[in-house]
Design a protein around this ligand. Structure first.
Ligand code: NDP
Ligand code: MG
Length: 399
């Protein structure tokens, strides 16, 4: 296990408060939850930068409340449109495109970066934050799926630290704290099972995006909601766990837990399993990361176990949800296969949301993309991006 990611390094002081923060993906589900935490504790944070993509109205509202000196959007048109939405007398620098996001991730003024852009677009900004030695509150799991080894190396070389926002990995981080890596037996990720748990293959054949978006426990962005319905989210999270905690794939298990109260468990050699429990609301792990090591109040109802009543656990149904094993196979095959897995998944999810393919086409397209791919070395970001683009084009062409 590598201590720079699985626990806070003992030789590294915690960031002082108030903390200057850049929020990449501020207009998304995670970004909005993060601003809710920050607005509850205005004395603890200074918002240095906010980045969105297309939701300019929400970005303008956020910017008007926090007045950060930097903003970023997707393109030049967005820059012009955003200027027109900002309050009189407020003139932030507005950057755009991948270079803009990368610049915000590396701003010297902000030692804390929340990486919450969705998908592969979050890879370069997350890497930039690692290269700039930031404390990275990481929600963008795809960044680790694409370039985990590259990001880890950048963290190591530049003293950057990753605090995992993803609820399962945040739970693991907390249950791993203070323990010896030698005593660890396995990591157990919990999965809600998504909206289609217990359904049949026949049922899955005709499900609509609206049905797939209706997650039973979590309110999230569209892409991760579909990933939760296919269980690809858990597949990506297995890879994320291996890359965060330096543990082999064979020691990361998944158990379905429909209530989403137990957020994950660590099993030790003596048979103890340490679990993290809480109300399923991302503001809890976000606040943990942004304030670490301090714990602060969040506007989330306390967990009332008696009211929950029953916690249940079951094996995932791999015949209904093949994405889980596709992710395992990709990770075991090579460092380049997960890039193809992720690219094909992003293309397939987008097509499904646009009602161009059926739900069961998602694993089919991913499996075909993986079958086409020959393992290659990926030691630099340019290779990651080139392979990502190639796998996207090939997935579309194979339709
Ligand atoms: P959303 O879709 O709600 O938000 C995505 C954010 O990324 C928005 O701010 C969006 O901007 C921005 N964005 C979209 N495309 C681009 C692009 N090409 N370049 C730059 N920015 C872009 O997603 P979530 O908040 O749900 O998820 C964000 C990340 O966090 C994902 O990686 C997800 O897997 C992870 N995560 C999310 C959880 C959740 O509960 N939501 C839980 C655990 C992890 P705009 O909206 O302005 O277009
Ligand atoms: Mg998760």
């Amino acid at each position: 296990m590598k201590t720079y990611i699985s626990s806070w390094p003992s030789d590294c002081p915690a960031l002082p408060f108030p903390r200057a923060i850049s929020i990449l993906g501020s207009t998304g589900s995670i970004g909005v939850s993060a601003l809710n935490v920050i607005e509850k504790h205005p004395d603890l944070f200074v918002v240095t930068a906010l980045a969105g993509a297309r939701n300019l109205r929400l970005l303008a509202e956020q910017a008007a409340r926090h007045r950060p000196p930097y903003l970023a959007v997707l393109d030049e048109d967005g820059v012009k449109a955003l200027r027109g939405l900002l309050p009189a007398g407020y003139f932030p620098r507005i950057l755009c495109g991948p270079e803009g996001y990368v610049a915000l991730a590396a701003l010297p003024e902000a030692p804390l970066v929340l990486s919450a852009i969705v998908g592969a677009a979050g890879f370069l900004p997350t890497l930039a934050a690692a290269q700039a030695g930031k404390v990275i509150a990481l929600a963008n799991k795809e960044a680790l799926v694409l370039g985990g080894p590259i990001i880890r190396r950048a963290c190591r070389e530049n003293g950057a630290i990753i605090l995992p926002v993803d609820s399962e990995h945040n739970a693991l981080f907390q249950a791993l704290a203070g323990h010896d890596a030698e005593d660890l037996r396995r990591l157990i990720l919990t999965a809600s099972g998504g909206p289609f748990r217990g359904k049949t293959l026949e049922f899955l054949r005709t499900v609509s995006p609206r049905q797939a978006l209706a997650h039973p426990n979590w309110s999230m962005g569209a892409k991760i909601s579909i990933d939760s319905a296919t269980l690809m989210n858990k597949g990506l999270e297995i890879i994320e766990a291996c890359r965060l905690y330096g543990i082999g794939m064979d020691r990361v298990d998944v158990v379905v837990h429909p209530q989403s109260i137990v957020h994950s468990l660590v099993e030790y050699t003596d048979g103890s399993q340490l679990a993290h429990l809480g109300t399923p609301d991302m503001r809890i792990p976000i606040a943990y990361c942004l304030c670490h090591p301090r714990r602060v109040e969040v506007d989330v109802p306390m967990l009332d176990l008696a009211a929950v009543g029953t916690l249940t656990f079951e094996e995932p149904d791999l015949s209904l949800f093949p994405c889980l094993n596709l992710a395992r196979e990709a990770y075991n095959a090579s460092d380049s296969h997960p890039i193809v897995l992720n690219a094909a998944n992003e293309v397939a999810v987008d097509l499904f949301l646009k009602e161009k393919i059926a739900f069961l086409d998602i694993p089919r397209l991913i499996e075909a993309a993986l079958a086409r791919h020959k393992a290659m070395e990926v030691s630099d970001p340019a290779t990651v991006l080139a392979l990502d683009a190639q796998a996207r084009a090939e997935t579309l062409a194979a339709l």
